[in-house]
Design a protein around this ligand. Sequence first.
Ligand code: AHR
Length: 636
Amino acid sequence: VTVTVASSGGHATSPYMYGIMFEDINQSGDGGLYAELISNRAFQNESLKSWSAVGDSTLALDTTTPLSWALPRSVRVKGGKGKAGLRNSGYWGIDVKHTDTYTGSFYSYGEYRGSFTASLVSDITNETLAITKIKSKSVANAWTKHEFKLHPTKSAANSNNSFVLEFRPSHETELKFNLISLFPPTYNNRPNGMRRDLMEKLRDLKPSFLRIPGGNNLEGNFAGNHWNWSATIGPLIERPGRMGVWGYENTDGLGLVEYMHWAEDLGVDVVLGVAAGLYLNGDVVPEEELDFFVQDALNELEFLMGDVSTPYGALRAKLGYPRPWKIKFVEIGNEDNLWGGLDSYKSYRLRAFYDAIKAKYPDIFIFSSTDEVVYKKSGRDYHKYTRPDYSVSQFHLFDNWTAEHPVLIGEYATIQNNTGKLEDTDWDAPKNAWSNWIGSVAEAVFLLGAERNADKIWGTAFAPLFQNLNNYQWAPDLISFTADPADTTVSVSYPIIQLFSEHRITHTLPAASPDGFGPLYWAAGRGGLGGGGGGGGGGGGHVSSSSSSYILKVAVYNSTGSEDVPVSVRFEGLPKGSPATLTVLTAAGSDPWAKNTPGRPDAVNKTIQHLRAGKHGEIDFSLPDLSVAVLVARGK
Ligand code: AHR
């Protein structure tokens, strides 16, 4: 296949081409990225889930003395003769490392003059891995906060460990506890922060945006159940949490401010999803009641961006964040073309939000949450979960779309296998447990179709992002994990996104071939390295790219053949002898079904070749079927 890349023409490429999308699905927030180790720490689950009694004591839920308006339930521990207390099994275990310090706290209620003991204990051997004494400040008729640190003396062999909080009751001692919390060190040492290994995986993707809190969980199942930003800010004792739409409670410890810190830590811009009055049960907020929601979105923006003279800016400062954040992108709702939301979205909901936000924040760019409805200069959000062949068939999808309403591909993935016919997803059939290589290469083809339409596509994000392997509602996912960081596994789609993301085309160039697309698909342009997060950093042996570099991104997808594809790329104007680096991703053993799983995370091979341009600026190489590659060439 011969491809000629012109030295001029084309379009500027969105700097947001590769990003991430997050919603709390698959225990990806609580029990996942949010580093809290204690499950059901404040009984927001309305049960004693994850808790058990120590010794002869008994546990009961108690609502007679609320810790706060937001946390009305506590656990009452009635002592026996010896030690009393409670034990928490964590989110399917607790990882314990002797190199880490664990920071804990709890509230207690009731007269007690002795000491508490907090410890981390192996569930298998009962060995104590870390222990500390905390002098009681507990008094009758009031809640008191206790804080402590745990320094394990050894690392646990695995994550089958629990947290134990004990006291020595005199005969009738009955104490209540609430908001029992324990954090390992977090990414960038943020209090109330994020799990390090998972953040590192995100950082290494070099993303440039974070769409939060996207997905169904923003919308809520029924009236009042939407993600409510104002209930996710402030001290944890003022966060009631809510039953998320994916069947488990959200503590909302990972709230709006934590989202902003997350974006700051990755150096990315936020696409802020605001609830738009459509619930997953199909209920829609009527036009005459929508003002409340619109005003709520304005309040949220003022909270994030307002100066301290504004009511919500002042609230932010009062909570300890005087410096405003900047929101450049807002998305109105999520998939408002579904659940019967289309008509109302078209007729009044999108318009109401758009006009009100633009009136106050003219610089904010607004995405509608569907590609079917746009208003004024809004962008759109296109979601696609499909099969490999279908994904490839979408390579040309955006060719004839208008640049007037740029597209965020806010969710995409291949989730089922080919059937022999060109078929889209069958939502009644099971989805794949893991991304497989043929599907990931097909996603790459779709991404190239997006990237070569640089004037129309704003950005892309795989979804869902995370999966806790102990409780998930949706697979396949990009990053899977358990309580044990040794299990953290990226899917075979991850290295492709990473490769494309770290080689950013800043300006696409026309790239033509007499051979046409398929089995080779490509996008080409001038480029640089890195996205928002982390940016820069070429890596050993690479030809470092700059705006004078040429980049060609390719995927070979030919689900019926297996021949290598000879490629000759000519970059117009590239001098003879210019150095080039070709990075090629293939599946181990050329297995189309190759997948990464915990303990077997190496299904994708990466090779790097160093090449030189020939007499006419041409660079020759060959690529196997089902491969993804990036070629970077730089004039001498
Ligand atoms: O990513 C899983 C779900 O798929 C999202 O919640 C929703 O937006 C989409 O339908």
